[in-house]
Design a protein around this ligand. Structure first.
Ligand code: ADP
Length: 491
């Protein structure tokens, strides 16, 4: 099958979250299964042109009922055999720091233009390459316009007449909602403003248009596929998702097990496997030392790696006088290691906690090495998400023998099995209510098990490490969805 992936972020070129990992790993798994996959994404300022090959000639892209011009670069996706990634080098749009925004301008003022250019360029690139996909697979709001364009502007062309579109929702919370004055930049006619689904209370909404206009919708875990159809989890779009639910599928993300594998991981101090799990202790000591904590194998280490945004439960963890992190560290014999960046108040509060608590250490920023070292060196991993479409870190944790303590939501509910104190079964600790008290109690329960039921803890670690989270499994499910899409194009 010929598949064109469209995404604003793809590992290792640009990443702000799990979406970037998913697109690249899924593409590699599909290539391995024999499909002809290509990826298109922007060439951001940080992606070095010198490491890429320039395609001959410019690309003319429809824009604002007119035309704009871009160069196109290409390279092979690392980790694949020969999977090409095409970079739209539109300097005015992408030649700057940041994918969607930067700290001073979190949502770039010209994002409608930027992502309209990306999506429109996809079709022009196909013409340039004389390669036409059977499947256009767009990811999140920033690529969803491609599916809308396919339905309203492109399908009448013979090259795209039998192309089906998939939109994967990696996070329903980000929708691309803008003033409708920008609508002409999409390249769509005003006549399609309502029919395409763009109209949203007098504004324009990219994701909503994608949800209405795509042939098939997927999201990244079965439980999240259910949750987004409810008022509580639907971010105002639950009605549309209920309406289209025969075409909505939840497929759990996989993990890049080449990169996240304690047996091969080059970023950790000591490699280990299920058989040599005792060597995990070397990573724990290394982490304690690196973070300036007391080096003591008997004290449980709780790791946290996250974007510091409301979705991740940061208020319930870190808000002054409210959050549970202070009480956990002040009253339990534990150590907490935090890696994250995001909202300024939260970064400041984490610095405060670090100054007050000798058993709380944090690094504010993005650090790939440290993220691996925390996974390898921690005993527990805390993830009290408000909602979690899939979540990667709890899966990394399981594979690294680090027990997840998570809220029962989305992909967390699908991947972590509750600990049973009687039998010792389970792979982690779950709670339902997102309150500081529930987090405190569940961490307390895990810490109790650590000190009093050590044999259970050891069994759980091994059970987690044996889990199969490979992308091959997910890729098979996507293949079935692609087949279904081709038979069910919404003309
Ligand atoms: P989301 O995509 O909502 O941020 P996921 O759990 O799906 O959440 O994916 C987050 C990814 O980003 C994981 O690979 C995680 O390790 C990584 N990550 C998040 N914050 C940091 C950070 N500060 N430093 C290093 N890696 C981080």
């Amino acid at each position: 099958m010929k598949i064109l992936m469209i995404s604003a972020e793809v590992v290792p070129f640009a990443k702000t979250g799990g979406l970037a990992d998913a697109v690249s790993a899924l593409s590699i798994a599909l290539e391995k299964a024999g499909h002809d996959v290509k990826i298109i994404m922007p060439r951001y300022y940080k992606i070095d042109r010198k490491k890429l090959t320039k395609l001959d000639g410019p690309l003319g892209i429809p824009f604002n009922y007119n035309e704009t011009w871009s160069a196109v670069y290409t390279t092979t996706l690392p980790g694949s055999n020969s999977l090409p990634v095409y970079f739209i080098d539109h300097e005015q749009s992408f030649g700057r720091e940041g994918v969607y925004g930067n700290p001073l301008e979190p949502d770039f003022h010209d994002n409608v233009s930027r992502f309209s250019i990306l999506c429109n360029s996809a079709f022009q690139l196909c013409h340039k390459l004389n390669w036409y996909p059977e499947i256009i697979h767009s990811h999140d709001w920033s690529a969803s316009l491609a599916n809308v364009l396919l339905k309203f502007n492109q399908r009448w062309k013979p090259e795209f007449a039998h192309t089906a579109s998939i939109l994967t929702i990696h996070n329903l919370g980000y929708q691309g909602n803008y003033d409708k004055i920008n609508y002409p930049k999409t390249g769509l006619d005003w006549i399609n403003y309502h029919t395409s689904g763009f109209e949203d209370y007098g504004r324009m909404n990219f994701l909503k248009a994608g949800l209405i206009s795509s042939d098939i919708l997927t999201t990244v875990s079965p439980t999240y596929a259910e949750e987004i159809q409810t008022f509580e989890g639907g971010f105002g779009l639950d009605g549309i998702l209920r309406y289209r639910n025969k075409r909505l599928f939840g497929i759990l993300n996989g993990v890049d097990t080449e990169y996240w594998n304690p047996e091969k991981d080059k970023r950790i101090k000591q490699n280990y496997t299920v058989k040599s799990i005792n060597k995990k202790m070397i990573n724990k000591k290394f982490l304690q030392e690196k973070m300036g904590l007391e080096v003591n194998e008997n004290i449980p280490v709780i790791g946290i790696i996250t974007r510091l945004v409301a979705q991740k439960g940061i208020a319930e963890l870190f808000a002054p006088t409210y959050g549970s992190a202070y009480n956990i560290c002040a009253s339990m014999n534990v150590q907490m290691v935090v890696l994250g960046s995001g909202e300024t108040w939260c970064e400041d509060e984490i610095r405060n906690l670090q100054a007050k608590l000798p058993n709380f250490r944090a690094y504010i920023g993005y650090d790939e090495d440290l993220s691996h070292q925390i996974e390898a060196g921690s005993d527990f991993f805390l993830m009290p998400s408000k909602y979690e479409p899939c979540g990667l870190n709890q899966m990394y944790s399981l594979l690294y023998g680090t027990l997840p303590i998570v809220r029962r939501t989305g992909g967390l509910a699908d991947t972590v099995q509750q600990y049973c104190e009687k039998t010792g079964e389970g792979t982690g600790f779950l709670f339902d209510n997102l309150t500081p008290q529930s987090i405190y109690d569940t961490v307390g329960w895990a810490v109790y098990a650590w000190y009093n039921k050590r044999e259970h803890i050891e069994q759980m670690k091994i059970r987690g490490m044996k889990k199969d989270f490979t992308w091959d499994k997910s890729a098979k499910e996507y293949k079935d969805v692609y087949k279904f899409a081709l038979k069910n194009i919404c003309y």
